[in-house]
Design a protein around this ligand. Structure first.
Ligand SMILES: C[S@@+](CC[C@H](N)C(=O)[O-])C[C@H]1O[C@@H](n2cnc3c(N)ncnc32)[C@H](O)[C@@H]1O
Length: 344
């Protein structure tokens, strides 16, 4: 069976299963009664389930998905696919082309531990040690924040801005974390030379692995320190064509309300930015004029309610000719692009 027919068959079955149309009425009734009795037992006894039964990929995938639904884990099917493909060392798509493949005891053992931890709200990307950003695979650990899809929009705007220009472009990525933005820019704009900074040495350790993995050591320099501080001594490059930054921007009140998987597992240093969440923007605005060339751009990610406040901070610097706020795919303010005046 080829890939597309395997997928079609799976989705047809899934569609019928949801509508309860692929079983005779009596069998369906019996199954429902049985599963009502059996399901609480299966969720209470994950060890029994993951070690005692003869599991194949298909029923394992379904069982983990149901377990995650019960535990209210985000995107239960995707999470189950990510864990399973990680443990079986397969691409996600291969789970569907090898539905009937049995899973070994050793694999079940590793899976059991990961499923249990995921059920306790450990982020799936930390459990598997990697994530995708801008179609690139990156390593992540609890030392760095997991890159979010919203940040891909910032990255896209950065690449678009660079493509309007010619020659080598000097880019600064403040608060780089695992270096997702810097790496995506470098991969998509070969004339970019990037300095990426972060105050957290451990996060920069992950960034260094990612830069190496994507063979970008010649074009991305990682520096440890507070915002612009580590750039000052770099006398050869201290004015940039573009500065990008996805800083911490969670306020004190928002921090308390964060989901358990974020609050208990992602670094507070990557999230929290003072009472109103604006601390880092204020500090960027104080110094940014020293680091931008005429006609250069500053592109920032912001919290959904921070548009007006960040715009005002940028206006007060008096150096920007144009400040634009853009919404993300949830219709929230998310990206600010500020273009500097020709002379200032
Ligand atoms: C929201 S995360 C962004 C990480 C990555 N750029 C991304 O988009 O996923 C913010 C990062 O800022 C770093 N950070 C926090 N305060 C900083 C400061 N004062 N100077 C430099 N980096 C800082 C944190 O260590 C964290 O890696």
């Amino acid at each position: 069976m080829n890939l597309s027919s395997a997928l079609t068959k799976y989705y047809e079955n899934e569609h019928l299963r949801r509508r309860g149309e692929n079983k005779p009425k009596q069998t369906q009734f019996q199954t429902q009664r049985l599963s009502k009795l059996f399901l609480p037992f299966t969720f209470l006894c994950p060890i029994y389930n993951l070690t005692m039964q003869n599991w194949k990929i298909q029923n394992l995938l379904n069982w983990i998905t149901q377990h995650f639904e019960q535990k209210r884990i985000d995107s239960p099917r995707l999470s189950a696919e990510l864990l399973l493909s990680h443990v079986l060392a397969m691409e996600r798509i291969e789970l569907y082309t090898q539905f009937d493949k049995p899973v070994t005891k050793e694999q079940l053992h590793s899976l059991h531990d990961l499923v249990k931890r995921a059920g306790q709200h450990e982020p799936i990307r930390y459990l598997i040690g990697k994530t995708k950003f801008y179609s690139l695979e990156l390593n992540v650990t609890p030392d760095c924040m997991i890159p979010r899809p919203e940040t891909e929009l910032l990255t896209e705007r950065a690449i678009e801005f660079l493509r309007t220009r010619t020659g080598t472009q000097f880019v600064c990525d403040l608060c780089t974390g695992c270096a997702c933005i810097a790496i995506a820019i470098a991969k998509n704009f070969p004339d970019a030379r990037i300095i990426a900074t972060d105050i957290c040495d451990a996060a920069l350790g992950i960034a260094a692995k990612n830069v190496e993995k994507h063979q970008l050591k010649e074009r991305i320099t990682l520096l440890c320190g507070d915002l612009f501080d580590p750039i000052m001594p770099q006398l050869d490059v201290n004015k940039f064509d573009l500065i990008v930054c996805n800083p911490p921007y969670v306020s004190a009140a928002e921090f308390e309300k964060l989901d358990k998987n974020i609050k208990d597992h992602e670094p507070k240093l990557a999230l929290f930015a003072g009472d109103d969440g604006l601390d880092i923007y204020r500090r960027i605005c104080e110094k940014v004029h020293q680091f931008l060339k005429p006609n250069a751009a500053l592109i920032l990610e912001i919290g959904f309610a921070q548009g007006p406040a960040v715009k005002e901070l940028l206006e007060r610097t008096g150096i920007f000719a144009e400040i634009k706020i853009e919404k993300d795919f949830h219709n929230n303010d998310r990206i600010v692009t500020a273009i500097i005046r020709m002379s200032f």
